[in-house]
Design a protein around this ligand. Sequence first.
Ligand code: PLI
Length: 470
Amino acid sequence: MSELTPKTMGQQFGRRSWAEPWKIKMVEPLTVTSREQRERALTEAGYNTFLLRSEDVYIDLLTDSGTNAMSDRQWAGIMLGDEAYAGSRNFYHLEEAVQTYYGYKYMVPTHQGRGAEHLISQVAIKHGQYVPGNMYFTTTRLHQELAGGIFVDVIIDEAHDATSLHPFKGNIDLDKLKALIKREGAGRIAYVSLAGTVNMAGGQPVSLANVKALRALCDQHGLKIYLDATRMMENAFFIQEREAGYADHSIAAILKEFCGYTDGAWMSAKKDNLVNIGGWLAVNDSDLFEEIRNLVVVYEGLHTYGGLAGRDMEAMAIGIAEGVQDAHIRSRIGQVRYLGELLTDWGIPIVLPIGGHAIFLDARRFYPHIPQSEFPAQTLAAELYLDSGIRSMERGVVSAGRDPETGDHHYPKLELTRLTIPRRVYTQAHMDVVAESVKAVYDVRAQTRGLKMVFEPKYLRFFQARFERL
Ligand code: PLI
């Protein structure tokens, strides 16, 4: 494998562009606001981009979750919705798509990813058990903690270093996991919580070699592996690009092989599966599935709709088959890289290697004069919005929340502002506008002051916290 730099990583595209494998059939007008309007909107929103109204936003890079553009096939599928309470034909189509592309035996739909996280945490964690994982995700860790679990980060150290060019920064450090097993005993571990393209690390992938070795270790100790498959199709792209022997394998083949090393998966279909709402939970063990099938009725809906309309399940089944196409993923990640390379060319600090779903601005290096206690990444998200109406998201100390034991802030090493690219929504020209706005904010960085938090909700505070300028 050749050395990775933002430039060499794009070389597999050769001279050929990553142009989108689709054309535009319908458009949605955008609103352009004045600086004055944005000052007012941001103050009303307590300097939290989650509290802005979307009509006050120009280019919305808050998240890639549920913000995808559906295809004409998916919209046609919406008209085929079978809105039966029980046994909708769209459920069977979805079940077949999950079995075909992910390879798991049993599946229930859920209203979105966290519905599935809730179910798997409730059935697979006993109070006081440890849940080792490759870095936390906000909703995942919260559901694990609410089920009585204790999250332990076992990702490789490189993941916490925004500048490390390790090609698989999402990998589990098997020595950290072995040490936990040795210290606590396998019986005190609920399962290994493995995520593809680790969101909080910058969309960084896990290698097939890592999951294979993890499987072997878990088999020695009778441990299960459950996968957060939310962005696993994007993870498969990085394996195809970087892992020896996989260049000629399709994304679909790599996805299925990877999932085959795990015992089940939960999914936020709002990402890779190209829909606006939905999720699922799939496992191979029939006894565990019976428990899940029973619990889904309590929290989501009957096991053949799980909180979704029949039409949503149809769109998801079609989205799974579209999302796994090589040409789709290649242009999706190509667009993310295009933006990232514009920024690195201007010397703007971002997480490298460029990940799957977003560009993560490194707010520590962007604002070295703002201490983490004054929320540099939140500040950067606010400044970007003020400059151009672009909406981004904090992924730093605010997102990390507090330690449930001590009540102190978690101070993560990574203090990031995420520019998340919705799938099939924006054009290359939009990416140029975004890059120019980041540059404008970077040019005046020395004058920028941090924020103080003036309201803090108990759970997942980043969604609703309010701030004021210092
Ligand atoms: O937002 P949900 O409930 O459909 O999915 C939760 C969820 C689980 N795992 C991972 C890796 C996620 O990224 C995730 C949701 N992510 C959001 C909303 C995001 O903006 O990244």
